[in-house]
Ligand binder design. Structure first.
Ligand code: FAD
Length: 379
């Protein structure tokens, strides 16, 4: 199926060139130095990447679902950390686009699209990850605005962000219906503090932070209406899960390409590895996993934008792609033998970068629960 128009194809060509020429050559150093991927922000902004998901009405490019999927794949295949920084920004801008009022959209989204404002999305808390309804951050309406108090953790981009979407309870007794979303510009608000970046296994340039909040924000910071935050977060995460699937297939494709090239170069017992049927079958299994993951990811991406809910499709795509990508990278590392285990080759980085994709934006177990719920409650 031909999903892309000519303009989208041109945009993807440009992203591919940028990814190959600028992101990929620096990915190893970024990871080794645990340097923030925001070093690429200016160039990405110049190329329109920061607004790929934002509608043209609000200053973005507004790529269609499949084109956006492929764009994230290209970035992730070159540098997983940069893709993580970018997709966290997408979670923040999607929160404004989906849940915000027109004033908030017009004020924030053009600046986010041009890269003048970087976003972060703050849902997770130390005692509330898989089940955000357990969150204890509160927002109490008081004179002069909402007083927000609580701690968020693992928040990508937080220390660098110009705006953070903070989810907090305005009516704790109402559970999910008591959660509201707030658009906060931390650089203008006293009482928001970020720790140092967490020391993570992978995505070492996609820094994550603990954020403590004890601040007052104007009433106009509320996104949508009180109590609509959880609904907004779920819709945002539907988009986000497709983007996580794209990160997975992007990194898996890079791992498979490396394995194919290595198997042709490396000689064992006088012949290239690629002559051995055992190696050929591993490569074939990788191609099957990758094709199936991509097909599910792009199929979910196609539903995005049709106006109907696609939580189940997004969950299926994320679950399969992140688990399949783990298998692909593991086989690709195996094909590299001892070299694959060293930091001289990117395989160990691919394995490390992929691992968290089965955890964030809803772990594999949570995706299975979403899929099962749709089966058990289908009418
Ligand atoms: C690198 C990184 C970046 C992140 N970026 C962000 C971000 O930008 N914004 C943000 O808000 N959050 C972010 N997160 C947080 C992430 O979304 C959470 O870590 C994730 O949702 C899991 O929550 P948890 O860590 O509290 O695990 P827990 O909820 O404590 O779960 C622990 C384990 O129990 C399993 N489990 C939980 N409930 C069930 C169940 N009902 N049935 C079966 N198994 C279950 C889980 O699958 C998991 O394996 C990030 C995390 C990381 C590591």
């Amino acid at each position: 199926m031909n999903d892309l128009n000519d303009e989208e194809r041109l945009i993807l060509d440009q992203i591919e060139r940028f990814a190959k020429q600028e992101l990929e050559p620096y990915a190893h150093t970024l990871d080794a130095n645990e340097e923030t991927a925001t070093r690429h922000l200016k160039r990405m902004a110049d190329l329109g990447l920061m607004g790929l998901n934002i509608s043209p009405d609000h200053g973005g490019i507004g790529l269609s679902g499949v084109a956006l999927y492929q764009a994230v794949e290209l970035v992730a295949g070159a540098c997983g950390s940069t893709a993580s920084m970018l997709t966290a920004h997408f979670l923040a801008t999607d929160s404004v686009e989906i849940g915000g009022n027109e004033d908030q959209r017009r004020r924030i989204l053009p600046l986010a699209a041009s890269g003048e404002m970087l976003g972060a999305f703050a849902l997770t808390e130390p005692q509330a990850g898989s089940n955000p309804i357990d969150m204890s951050t509160t927002a109490v309406k008081s004179e002069g605005g909402y007083h927000i108090r609580g701690t968020k953790c693992f928040i990508s981009n937080a220390a660098y962000a110009d705006f953070i979407i903070v989810y907090a309870k305005t009516a704790p007794e109402l559970g999910a219906r008591g959660i509201s979303a707030f658009l906060i510009e931390p650089k203008n608000v006293p009482g928001i503090e970020c720790g140092l970046p967490e020391r993570t296994m992978g995505l070492r340039g996609g820094h994550v932070f603990t954020v403590t909040l004890n601040c007052v924000v104007p009433l106009s910071s509320l996104i949508g209406t009180e109590g609509s935050g959880f609904r907004t977060a779920l819709s945002v995460l539907d988009n986000g899960r497709i983007e996580v699937a794209a990160q997975a297939t992007g990194i898996a494709a890079a791992a498979l390409n490396a394995a194919v090239a290595y198997s042709k170069e490396r000689r064992v017992g006088g012949q290239p590895l690629s002559d051995f049927q055992g190696i050929q079958w591993m490569l074939a299994d990788c191609a099957v996993d990758l094709s199936a993951a991509r097909a599910l990811g792009e199929s979910a991406a196609r539903v995005r934008g049709t106006g109907r809910r696609y939580s189940t499709e997004a969950a299926i795509a994320k679950l399969f792609a992140t688990e399949a990508a783990g298998r692909v990278a593991d086989r690709a590392l195996q094909i590299h033998g001892g070299n694959g285990y060293t930091r001289d080759y990117p395989l160990e980085r691919y394995v490390r970068d992929l691992r968290v994709l089965r955890i964030y934006e809803g772990s594999s177990e949570i995706q299975r629960s979403i899929i099962a719920r749709s089966l058990l409650h289908a009418r």
